[in-house]
Design a protein around this ligand. Structure first.
Ligand SMILES: [Zn+2]
Length: 436
């Protein structure tokens, strides 16, 4: 058993549905007691301490402790090719992405990148991620093995591709079906790992393959479905040509039984009339990936029109330009501003914590400091750089106005330097100087 003392901030409800101030919780001097990787007790320091007088306490004065950040869409194999110049989606895939993904046929390379990738997530305070791999079974294996070494809650799966890509990234659907089935049995629900059936997008799967993906979902209903939807105009036009019998893009996935309450669709920028409502009715999740949408010139996700669908934030590395959820929140704010809207710091942090957990149907395990949940959290330094010190001079933060201002400064100016420590299942995951 161990305990963490400091200023804590989390959510107990959805600030998109109820007044923000009723949804958040800030404890300026709190204590979090952890037993065997789970939160045992949480509250005001002096109250909780009285019940655990002997527990060893690590104190983080002047820092802010939040639940671990959740990344709802990221590509493991694109780690190395982040920041690839000058193209929009379809050309970018051909020119940069597919050749890099090919390298994952080599298990040594795949393992080296998987280890780097997970460590980079941890350095950025991300404790849970929904991850795309490649068509190669090796890439799935190393992801889950390395995640289990770090005890991280990672959701991922083999990418299904059977047409409209170079031959070296295509796999026969029947073979892919057999491999995915075996992987679900090997990894789904083992430790903290969860599996996602992952057709890349409608364009790169034959109808036969989508049929088999739907069959897998029917065989294993609590497995996730993870794919892309309505990101780029050319992609949408090509999808319409390939599936002329479907009314719109979302209908392709609906037709094959892939739209449900554990389905996560990245982007959804140019969705057709009524599609948001169909996603909401199905209980599906949209992942907002704003740094990627800026980078590839894909467009502006209309968060304010997406009411009802569950929403999470995704870095979408390597079209996304940062592993940091702060950069993602900042870009989500800018995306809203460009549409005459806004996004408060509270709502942005909700999306990256409890909202992300809700979107993954994992809110009973993750997302805030409720006792019984898994002790994944981050210690944030809102004075991590000279500029942030100048911007956030008032510590400790006492009022909610100060908190909101400080959080906004963090999401606009923060990066991995603002992550002082990341805890996974109650243990520090970063080799950094511990607090007093
Ligand atoms: Zn993506």
């Amino acid at each position: 058993m161990r305990a963490i003392r400091g200023a804590f901030f989390d959510f107990v409800d959805d600030p998109f549905l109820r007044p923000e101030m009723e949804c958040l919780r800030y404890i300026a001097d709190g204590l979090l007691v952890i037993d065997d990787g789970l939160i045992e007790s949480f509250g005001e320091y002096r109250e909780v301490r009285a019940n655990y007088p002997a527990v060893e306490v690590t104190h983080y004065p002047g820092k802010l402790i939040t639940p671990g950040l959740i990344d709802l869409h990221i590509h493991l194999p694109q780690t190395e090719m982040i920041a690839a110049y000058g193209e929009q989606l379809m050309e970018w895939l051909e020119k940069y992405t597919f050749p890099t993904e090919r390298k994952f046929a080599n298990p040594d390379y795949a393992r080296r990148i998987a280890a780097f990738f997970l460590d980079e997530l941890l350095r950025n305070g991300t404790t849970t991620a929904l991850v795309l791999t490649t068509i190669f079974a090796e890439s799935v294996e190393v992801l889950f093995q390395e995640a289990q070494k770090r005890q991280m809650r990672i959701i991922g799966g083999q990418v299904l591709m059977s047409r409209n890509a170079p031959d070296y990234l295509l796999k026969d659907p029947a073979t892919a079906y057999a491999e995915v089935k075996q992987q679900i049995q090997q990894w789904h629900g083992i430790g903290r790992s969860r599996y996602a059936i992952t057709p890349r997008f409608a364009i790169t799967s034959t109808p036969e393959e989508l049929e088999l993906a739907g069959q897998l979902k029917a065989e294993f209903p609590d497995v996730y479905v993870h794919t892309h939807l309505s990101e780029n105009r050319k992609e949408i036009e090509f999808t319409a040509e390939l599936f002329p019998e479907c009314d719109d893009y979302l209908h392709v996935y609906e037709k094959f039984g892939l739209v449900g309450d554990r389905s996560i669709f990245a982007h959804c920028i140019h969705l057709e009339e009524g599609a948001f409502q169909r996603l909401a009715e199905a209980g599906s999740t949209i992942t907002h990936c704003p740094t990627s949408n800026f980078f590839l010139g894909s467009g502006l996700f209309p968060l304010h029109k997406s009411h009802g669908a569950k929403i999470g934030l995704g870095t979408d590395v390597g079209a996304g330009t940062s592993f940091s959820q702060f950069a993602t929140m900042a870009a989500a704010y800018q995306t809203a501003q460009l549409q005459g809207q806004s996004l408060s710091a509270f709502k942005a942090f909700y999306l990256a914590t409890l909202g992300g957990a809700q979107a993954l149907s994992l809110a009973s395990l993750l997302g805030n400091f409720a006792p019984g949940k898994e002790a994944d959290f981050v210690v944030l330094d809102w004075q991590a750089t000279p500029l942030m010190q100048l911007r956030n001079p008032e510590l400790p933060v006492e009022t909610l106005e100060q908190l909101e201002s400080g959080l906004f400064g963090l999401m606009i100016l923060g990066d991995d330097r603002a992550v002082a420590q990341t805890y996974i299942a109650g243990r520090p995951a970063l080799q950094r100087n511990e607090a007093m």
